[in-house]
Design a protein around this ligand. Structure first.
Ligand SMILES: [Zn+2]
Length: 60
């Protein structure tokens, strides 16, 4: 595989990322309640992740 000769500057790197980050990450569905959920994160609706509940009770 070819190897880049020179490292990109911070400016080049960040300019390239502006295009990459324009698209939102593909949402996934909660297995429990079917609500839209971000990948690798507990469901905001029911608090379930991988069949377990991670809902924390707010104590303040
Ligand atoms: Zn859920």
């Amino acid at each position: 595989m070819p190897v880049p000769r020179r490292r990109h500057s911070k400016s080049k790197r960040d300019k390239a990322r502006t295009h990459k980050l324009l698209q939102a990450h593909s949402p996934s569905r909660c297995k429990n309640c079917g609500a839209a959920r971000r990948p690798h994160q507990a469901c905001p609706s029911c608090g379930q992740y991988n069949g377990r509940s991670y809902r924390t009770t707010v104590t303040s």
